[in-house]
Design a protein around this ligand. Structure first.
Ligand SMILES: CC1=C(/C=C/C(C)=C/C=C/C(C)=C/C=C/C=C(C)/C=C/C=C(C)/C=C/C2=C(C)C[C@@H](O)CC2(C)C)C(C)(C)CCC1
Ligand SMILES: [Fe+2]
Length: 545
């Protein structure tokens, strides 16, 4: 692997990126399948310096939306900063005035937008950010930029324009909500959030948002969020220390929530602003604690009484979950500590990256297997896992709890994606970024859970993003489809591109290069053309009127 040019890592993570709101035609090399029509829409931080001020953490950057629109074998690129209230205030003040995850900011001259919600004059409650930089969420025909706080921002997926600011708290009592919701086959969103200020009762809330509103409300343009339903609430084991979580799992009949010992310290959070420390410092890893795995029955909307637990771990991304012969199989990317957050401090992401970042834990793809039948007294002390395909164990203890130990599927992968048609179902393939934890580019990888073999795509100076799987029409097999990944390059002579791989063979089918600087992003979705048709039809209707 070739060494990276000096300053490459710095510019990759820290340098402000320009936006390109008008479509730019990419140069296509190779052949894009004719059925491949739609928009790859992605989100991530693109600006870390405002005036003289600089954010501390990579996850703090201003959300920069970007898209590759694929039509008739042609590809167009666009990018636009999310015009969040946070962005507008920062730009107007020409400095960071709203706090983010890793940066606490102080009194805000731009009162008009935020003052209503919080009396910042008391200097105790800072303004909450609507810089939604993590992912894109689809709600029927609407698309939102999302982060982990109570605000989401509606966006136009074609123009990348920023639309309404939506506050979850108007519809459900949550202060935090994940940016990794699930979708069922009818298009309902299933998401989870944490309520930390509801009468002292700290709880996790699982909720459902339908993909459309009743006919009678359509004309009034009512939001689907009005019809949000709480499916289940789970009290936090500790009122002052609810777990942090970045995603959760679903199988056919259950929702899976991992209550990890990586936690929010509410007392620290409440005093962070006056103490002058960032939110990130209010996350604590209680390494001697246990990790509890909760199964919520979708039918009864109740948490199963069985207490499943494992050793302390830190988890950001679930991969998938499914049921098999009376067990629930749960695959996650797991760490032994929270050094991942440490790694993304911008002061570490410079030319001395390798020396600065001592990642003490590498991401490990683990499989836990939870037996559903565990009520017989005779079972104490024995392994209840009966699946021949796995070495994962679950041992019943005297007090009735079940101690689970995982099977390691593979090491060094992050940003996992699957064929979403297999979400909650038995599946075989994981697509991800292969992580080396040093300033050499990552690879795109396909991991076969059955054979334990990996297929890779890599190229010098190329930094691939999270790979998105798009099934081909009439797909028969799980990996019938293509992989889309945006590739950032750190060699100035090499243009960045959209990479299109055959998901079966991992051979490159095409690439579409653009003569602009791409930013390294986090997550996104592919919107098929037919899912955008509706919006188009509505527009035509209007014209006929
Ligand atoms: C806490 C709190 C508050 C505030 C909370 C705030 C502002 C939270 C913000 C949270 C954010 C932005 C969280 C972001 C999480 C992102 C995660 C976990 C990203 C993971 C990314 C990975 C693993 C990336 C990997 C890689 C990348 C990107 C590039 C590749 O080359 C290499 C590889 C794979 C390592 C309130 C609401 C004010 C009050 C209440 C309590
Ligand atoms: Fe994520």
């Amino acid at each position: 692997m070739a060494a990276e040019p000096v300053g490459a890592v710095e510019s990759l993570f820290g340098r402000n990126k320009e936006e390109h709101p008008e479509p730019i035609q990419a140069e296509v090399h190779g052949e894009i399948p004719s059925w491949m029509e739609g928009i790859l829409l992605r989100n991530g931080p693109g600006m870390h310096t405002i005036g003289e001020t600089k954010y501390n953490h990579w996850f703090d950057g201003m959300a920069l939306l970007h898209s590759f629109t694929i039509k008739n074998g042609k590809v167009f690129y666009q990018s636009k900063y999310l015009r969040s209230d946070t962005y507008e205030c920062n730009i107007e003040a020409n400095r960071i005035v709203v706090s983010e995850f890793g940066t606490m900011a102080y009194p805000d001259p731009c009162k008009n937008i935020f003052a209503k919600a919080f009396s910042y004059l008391s200097h105790t409650i800072p303004q909450f950010t609507d810089n939604c930089l993590i992912n894109i969420m689809k709600n029927g025909d609407d698309y939102y930029a999302t982060s982990e706080v109570n605000f989401i921002r509606k966006i136009n997926p074609r123009t990348l324009e920023t639309l309404e600011k939506v506050d979850y708290t108007k519809y459900v009592a949550v202060n935090l909500a994940t940016s990794h919701p699930h979708y069922d086959s009818a298009g309902n969103i299933l998401n989870m959030g944490t309520s930390i200020v509801d009468k002292g009762k700290t709880k996790y809330v699982i909720f459902k948002i339908p993909p459309s509103v009743p006919e009678s409300e359509k004309k009034k343009k009512k939001t689907c969020l009005k019809h949000l339903e709480v499916m289940c609430t789970i009290p936090s084991r500790s009122l002052l220390n609810p777990s942090y979580y970045h995603s959760f799992g679903v199988s056919e009949n259950y929702v899976l929530f991992v209550e990890q010992p990586f936690k929010l310290d509410i007392l620290k959070l409440a005093t962070a602003y006056i103490r002058g420390v960032n939110w990130a410092s209010c996350l604590v890893f209680q390494k001697d604690d246990k990790t509890w795995i909760h199964l919520i029955d979708k039918q009864t909307k109740k948490v199963l009484p069985t207490k499943y637990y494992t050793d302390a771990l830190v988890l950001f991304h679930h991969v998938n979950a499914y049921e098999e012969d009376g067990h629930v199989v749960l695959d996650i990317i797991s760490y032994t500590d929270h050094s991942l957050y440490q790694m993304f401090y911008l002061k570490n992401l410079n030319t001395n990256f390798e020396d600065n970042v001592k990642l003490t834990s590498i991401p490990t793809c683990k499989r836990f297997v939870l037996p559903l039948q565990c009520d017989k007294d005779t079972d104490v002390g024995s392994n209840l896992v009966r699946l021949p395909s796995t070495t994962a164990t679950a041992v019943k203890e005297k007090d009735g709890s079940i101690y689970c130990q995982a099977e390691i599927l593979c090491e060094g992968i992050e940003l996992p994606r699957i064929n979403y048609d297999y979400n909650g179902k038995k599946y075989r393939y994981i697509f991800a970024a292969e992580v080396k934890w040093s300033p050499v580019p990552t690879q795109v990888v396909k991991f076969d859970i059955v054979t334990k073999k990996k297929l890779h795509w890599e190229e010098d100076h190329c930094w691939p993003a999270e790979p998105v799987f798009v099934p081909s029409p009439n797909a028969q097999e799980e990996d019938d489809g293509i992989i889309l990944s945006t590739i950032v390059t750190t060699d100035p002579r090499k243009l960045p591109f959209l990479l299109i791989l055959d998901a079966k063979t991992f051979k490159e089918m095409a690439r579409a290069t653009v003569n602009v600087e791409l930013h390294l992003d986090l997550h996104g979705i592919f919107i098929r053309d037919k899912d955008l048709q509706l919006e188009h039809e509505v527009d035509l209707d209007k014209e006929e009127d």
